[in-house]
Design a protein around this ligand. Structure first.
Ligand SMILES: Nc1ncnc2c1ncn2[C@@H]1O[C@H](COP(=O)(O)OP(=O)(O)O)[C@@H](O)[C@H]1O
Ligand SMILES: [Mg+2]
Length: 307
């Protein structure tokens, strides 16, 4: 790869020995001291790095929800973030969506340093579909308006000016997510699967450079989940598709075409890297704190408790 002058070379890949950073039987590492000092790491990530986190911590009520997170997501990568409830997955996605700022450490999104840019401009380049977003959509919001307002970063009453190009794009997205017949329904009357597909249509509306999906298959029945996994797989395999990060606690939901995985437990990285390196029985068992067996068949995963 040709590295432009003045730009530091990409960081070396994280080695095997670095992967396991937190063991249940070891005491938690002391938190690094907060300080106004610049990060010891090179400050400008390589242009191909879409999400860059350096020693990031997010603390609420003196509890670290995330700690010691160092993570690079590159342009052509599709990441699955896996961990039990409360591991910090949604918090990680909210950091990557520029919805929250880190308490410590440095976050760069799409080449912009968090804290130094207009987050509204940044958010327009990021597509987000999450359960927390579902909760914030007014029940009387029409499906068409919800999708159309995506580029304007507003939820709720339609009060912006939209043009004809937007209308064509809305129709395209509704069709792609198979929700065209629902266009004039209000959000509150949709099933969970229909809500998820509508929010995906909204997330893709702006042709985002980064697509963040927080448990997109939550609440779907088996058929709905398989439809979604197939759709996300097609998007993941598309050469012009966005960089993707998908959060899940079910390994069955990882779409074929995903390239990388991070496992999170109690706010810390258990393992991260190439999907095939990270998706092991050992890592999964450590992440979920019980003896699990991980099976892989036809590029899909399944897991169950070891007997
Ligand atoms: N704003 C907040 N203030 C305090 N605690 C929070 C806040 N948001 C999340 N948490 C807590 O942080 C932990 C991680 O939450 P979350 O990122 O939602 O986990 P996950 O998505 O992996 O289930 C949970 O214990 C949750 O209760
Ligand atoms: Mg969550």
């Amino acid at each position: 790869m040709i590295v432009p002058e003045g730009v530091p070379p990409p960081r070396e890949r994280i080695g095997e020995d670095d992967l396991v950073t937190s063991r249940p039987d070891s005491p938690p590492e002391p938190l690094p001291e907060a300080s106004g000092e610049p990060s010891p790491h090179p400050d400008v990530p390589h242009p191909d790095v879409v999400v860059s986190m350096r020693d990031v911590a997010l603390v609420r009520d003196s509890t670290p929800l995330l700690d010691a997170i160092t993570w690079d997501v590159e342009l052509d990568e599709r990441w699955a973030v896996i961990g039990p409830n409360g591991a910090g997955k949604t918090t990680l996605v909210r950091l990557a969506a520029a919805e929250v700022h880190p308490t410590r450490g440095v976050v760069h999104l799409l080449g912009e340093r968090m804290g130094g840019v207009n987050v509204f401009e940044l958010r327009a380049r990021i597509g987000l579909a999450s359960a927390s977003l579902t909760d914030r959509v007014p029940a009387d919001e029409r499906v068409r308006d919800l999708v159309r307002s995506a580029g304007y970063g507003v939820l709720g009453t339609w009060r912006e000016d939209y043009d004809a190009a937007d209308d064509a794009r809305v129709d395209e997205m509704l069709a792609a997510m198979d929700v065209t017949p629902l266009a004039d329904r209000v959000f509150g009357t949709l099933s969970s699967g229909e809500r998820q597909r509508t929010l995906l249509a909204r997330a893709l509306m702006t042709d985002p450079e980064l697509l963040l999906l927080d448990e997109p298959a939550a609440g779907l029945d088996l058929g709905g989940r398989e439809d979604l996994v197939a759709g996300l797989s097609a998007l993941a395999l598309h050469p012009d598709g966005p960089t993707m990060v998908m959060v899940t606690h079910h390994v069955e939901e990882i779409p074929p075409g995903f390239t990388h995985a991070m496992m999170l437990r109690e706010g810390r990285v258990v393992a991260q890297g190439l999907l095939e390196d990270v998706m092991t029985t050992e890592n999964l068992s450590e992440t979920f704190g019980q003896p699990l067996e991980l099976l892989s068949r036809r590029r899909r995963f399944s897991a169950f408790r070891r007997r």
